[in-house]
Design a protein around this ligand. Structure first.
Ligand SMILES: C[S@@+](CC[C@H](N)C(=O)[O-])C[C@H]1O[C@@H](n2cnc3c(N)ncnc32)[C@H](O)[C@@H]1O
Length: 419
């Protein structure tokens, strides 16, 4: 029965917007992770129908002592109606569901008829169409081998250098980010030996921009901070750009995510990284340990509204109304501003890259604007970098109107929000 409680708890966390589906599932305990994740995803696909069945059958009203939440009811009723039955011993919770078995089945059939569905699959939500248009990106981990070696190895495995959209086996070298390859959207690498050996990192193109823009030097006296590191894709990217030289301090305040971070860094062979399970805001910028730090990457928690993946569309019906969302964005922006201003207090800091995976100006241009207008920016003489320093070949430059006359900006360029 623990398995069902864990799945229900995961649905609670998703409802509380504790992260994208992918990131929340990644924090499940190793034991039973695949099974729990599959149940959560399947339940979300059928959530509308299952909620209606539970409501019509008055399950929560009649069993409120045993079935303590809608999410617990959802995962159990999912398995009763759409899987091989409830996979647990005969405890009181299972008994509570089974008492209503006939009614639940009856309500389910009624909904099927009402919706004209010939099969159960027709009741499921369909995927986000945009995912078919986005290639599967893979970054070659140059700490382990070179892109030339990776390309040769992929070709011997039947991949062909062409366009990722030409065929399921087509792949291309990205034109903006060195060592990034793009594959057909249908290609999966999660079980691939190259991924498991840390030879490739599954990282979207946008997620490669921040480290590429920060471009830390690859030298023994290079000192860099990644302020918000887990799960560690950008940290390992920075480490690769630094060629494992110098020192990269990688902060992560969350204990569980810190464990993921250290595992990822070890798999990727990052030897110049010092991971620290510490809240970046509590770090004293004047601590002599950090006085040689010149480059800082800041990729703080955000709304994640720009993330498109194969799972997150399932949460679309749960997006808050505009009022709630605006409040949440403002809270996030206040935290993000605090983080960048803190980064600006490091006396040796010369270059700071701020990124989010949000599409909202509140978290992007507005944070940049407020940062540039801050006392910390004045004191550290920070200004917005020009286009020539920020992916010059990239066509997009954010939302200029949202930056509102950045009076203290030295460079006339419009920022490129990256994330
Ligand atoms: C967007 S994620 C970072 C993703 C990461 N850069 C990557 O590419 O894999 C933000 C991370 O920052 C962590 N975080 C948030 N506030 C923090 C703080 N004050 N200090 C350190 N880490 C923090 C969160 O726990 C989360 O793991």
């Amino acid at each position: 029965m623990n398995f069902y409680f864990e799945a229900a708890k995961t649905l609670d966390r998703l409802e509380a917007k504790r992260g994208s589906i992918k990131s929340v599932l990644a924090t499940l305990p190793e034991k039973d992770r695949k099974r729990t994740a599959a149940l959560v995803i399947e339940t979300l696909k059928y959530k509308d129908v299952l909620s209606e069945v539970i409501e019509q059958a008055k399950l929560l009203k009649e069993e409120k002592k045993k079935i303590t939440s809608l999410n617990l009811a959802l995962v159990l009723v999912h398995d009763l109606l759409l899987s091989k039955g409830i996979q647990a011993g005969d405890g009181p919770v299972k008994q509570a569901i089974l008492r209503h078995k006939t009614r639940l089945h009856g309500e389910f059939q009624k909904i099927k008829i009402k919706r004209g569905a010939q099969s159960n699959a027709e009741l499921a939500k369909t995927g986000d169409q945009r995912t078919a248009l986005i290639p599967r990106y893979v970054r070659v981990n140059t700490l382990v081998w070179s892109t030339d070696e990776a390309v040769k190895s992929l070709i011997t495995r039947g991949f062909t250098a062409s366009s990722p959209f030409d065929s399921i086996n087509g792949f291309a070298i990205d034109e903006h980010i060195p060592d990034l390859l793009s594959f057909s959207p249908q290609t999966a690498f999660h079980e691939d030996s190259l991924y498991k050996a840390g030879k490739i990192i599954l990282q979207d193109k946008a997620s490669c921009f921040p480290a590429a823009v920060l471009a830390p030097p690859a030298s023994d006296d290079s000192f860099v901070i990644d302020a918000t590191s887990a799960p560690g894709n950008k940290t390992s990217h920075l480490s690769a750009l630094m060629k494992n030289k110098g020192k990269l301090f990688a902060f992560e305040r969350d204990k569980k995510r810190f464990v993921t971070l250290t595992a990822m860094l070890s798999r990727a062979g990052c030897k110049n990284v010092e991971p620290l399970n510490v809240d970046f805001l509590t770090v004293d910028p004047l601590d002599p340990k950090y006085n040689r730090v010149t480059h800082i990457l800041l990729d703080p928690s955000c709304s994640g509204s720009g993330i498109v993946n194969r799972l997150d569309h399932l949460l679309e019906t749960e997006i808050e109304d505009d009022g709630d969302q605006e409040d949440r964005l403002k809270r996030l922006a206040a935290f993000q501003l605090l983080m960048v201003k803190h980064a600006m207090k490091f006396p040796g800091a010369q270059k700071i890259v701020y990124s989010t995976c949000s599409i909202h100006a509140t978290e992007n241009e507005h944070v940049v604007r407020d940062t540039l207008n801050s006392d910390e920016a004045q004191a550290g003489r920070f200004y917005l970098a020009g286009r020539n320093e920020v992916l010059p070949q990239w066509h997009r430059r954010g939302l200029p109107d949202e930056l509102e006359h950045p009076s203290k900006v030295v460079s006339p360029e419009i920022p490129s929000h990256v994330g």
